[in-house]
Design a protein around this ligand. Structure first.
Ligand code: ATP
Ligand code: MG
Ligand code: MG
Ligand code: MG
Length: 479
């Protein structure tokens, strides 16, 4: 079953069950705590927090998500993308645990002919939070799950909250057993790669205090209206239903691997494990990079722009390590557009802009990659010859500052040589540089007068301000 069909069935099932279909929000929402939207519930937060009344009792969405925290897992586990699509159903004070379990079970196990995903019920497992007997009994009653396929797990895995006082609640996760050839017996608690998590159900029922129930502290009260928040990973379901080995080989990701194979003349899955990780990283990052640019981010040195820069530069370096010397991002952009634009038409209509952002970033990086790599190799060889094992912070800083190497790239290169990096030293120098830049900006401000005057001028009459030569400030003024 194609990824697109998996999304479609999800939406159709929940719409048929009285859920309002809500479009994915942008990856970028104004939220000081969040670089990128990372779950389906984010756009519904005001309803869950009680800040606004929910306009519908039930909703469903397929949300674009980026999880930068998973970047190091990409290509190494079978299940972590930096960009993925989370399908969810939400209840705002409407159905609760029984409804959530029943819906998930029905959609997963209904036959393909009946609009479901046709999973073999005997391969599905569920987890419940420690003392959530209610959920445990519902899994037995509604799904007929035997007790030996329901596991109780602790707060770290099976309690959800927002990290601050407010709503919280136990979760129940649904796993698919890929079989003994993929790992140890013993359920998700024993092996999360053999048992693949596909769906997480959050039962929002508690009022969490200062201390989190995740760490064993009891909630301070219960919510007057209980809510349901769920998330099913579309790529993970695709991985299982398409009979492939991981999320990178599914219909919407694998074509980038094929392109990289064609360019490099090397084959994916030919027994070179290091190359295979690179192929998967390339395919994953090409897609996330493009989706992030699609939502308006451009590469830069802070926050979202920096994440994007890291993703794009990591592709460029990985491709070189596969032996490709030419620029590649424009080519990958076309492949991602062709696979993803049926679901995200902006990728096609806005393609010229997106592709040009990618190509420019690649050009900038290529201009320094070769010289930076040489500097790095010299430094690394010297350190090893001296019997040391750590790249000093000032060298990592120089690579960053002069050659545009994001720190995780330096970390990755060092690890390939069996070296560590003095990250604290690096961060210290970064902090010093930021402080210097701040002081410079302050003195420029007094020298040239307050820029906000010009900004106001522009806003008023559209008069173009041309007297300022500092490029960075200019872009602020033209904004
Ligand atoms: P895992 O434990 O495997 O990292 P998770 O518990 O962090 O997953 P949730 O926060 O519960 O994931 O997200 C809900 C669902 O979204 C998961 O059950 C999974 O199907 C999917 N999902 C989560 N992270 C990723 C990812 N990095 N790539 C693809 N799908 C993901
Ligand atoms: Mg995770
Ligand atoms: Mg999990
Ligand atoms: Mg989970």
């Amino acid at each position: 079953m194609q990824t697109h069909e998996i999304s479609k069935r999800f939406t159709e099932y929940f719409v048929a069950n009285d859920h309002t279909k809500v479009a994915s929000a942008s990856l970028i929402l104004e939220d000081p705590n969040l670089l990128f939207v990372n779950a389906g519930m984010v756009q519904f937060k005001p309803y869950f927090l009680g800040d606004a009344p929910a306009p519908y009792p039930r909703a469903t969405s397929v949300q674009k998500c980026v999880r930068t925290g998973d970047i190091d897992e990409v290509g190494k586990t079978t299940r972590h993308n930096t960009f993925f699509q989370m399908a969810g159903n939400f209840s705002f004070g409407d159905y609760f645990k029984a409804g959530a379990i029943e819906h998930a079970w029905t959609l997963l196990t209904n036959s393909v002919a009946d609009g479901g995903y046709g999973f073999d019920p005997d391969r599905l497992w569920a987890t419940v939070y420690n003392d959530d007997d209610e959920a445990l009994e519902l899994w037995q009653k509604i799904a007929g799950l035997p007790l030996d396929r329901i596991q109780r797990r602790g707060g770290e895995d099976n309690y959800w909250d927002m990290g601050v006082p407010g709503p919280g609640g136990p979760c129940s996760e649904i796993y698919y057993d890929r079989g003994p050839e993929h790992g140890r017996d013993g359920g998700p608690e024993a092996d999360e790669d053999r048992y693949l998590e596909i769906w997480n159900l959050v039962f929002m029922q508690d009022e969490r205090g200062e201390l989190s129930p995740k760490k064993g502290h009891p909630p301070v009260g219960s919510l007057p209206r209980k809510n349901i928040d769920t998330g099913m990973g579309i790529e993970r379901v695709a991985y299982l239903l398409q009979g492939v080995d991981n999320v990178y080989e599914t219909d919407l990701v694998r074509p980038v691997i094929s392109k990289a194979e064609e360019m490099s003349g090397r084959r994916y899955g030919a027994g070179n494990a290091v190359d295979d990780v690179r192929f998967r990283v390339i395919a994953d990052h090409a897609r996330s990079g493009m989706m992030i640019i699609g939502d308006g981010v451009t590469p830069g040195n802070e926050a979202r722009g920096y994440v994007l820069r890291r993703l794009l530069r990591r592709i460029v370096r990985s491709v070189r390590l596969l032996g490709v010397q030419e620029p590649v991002l424009g080519e990958f952009a076309k492949v991602v557009r062709d696979t993803m634009s049926p679901s995200y038409p902006d990728l096609a209509s806005d393609f010229a802009r997106i592709e040009s952002v990618m190509r420019k970033e690649e050009e900038t990086f290529l201009a320094t990659l070769v010289s930076g790599s040489k500097i790095f190799d010299l430094a690394a060889d010297k350190i090893k010859a001296e019997g040391r094992a750590m790249l000093p912070g000032d060298q990592a800083f120089q690579l960053h500052d002069t050659y545009g190497f994001p720190i995780d790239l330096t970390l990755e290169m060092a690890a390939e040589k069996g070296l560590s990096v003095d990250e604290n030293g690096f961060r210290e120098l970064m902090a010093q540089q930021r402080a210097r830049a701040k002081a410079d900006a302050a003195s420029r401000k007094t020298g040239h007068g307050d820029q906000s005057v010009y900004r106001d001028l522009l806003a008023l009459g559209g008069t173009e301000f041309t007297g300022y030569t500092d490029l960075a400030s200019e872009s602020v003024i033209r904004g």
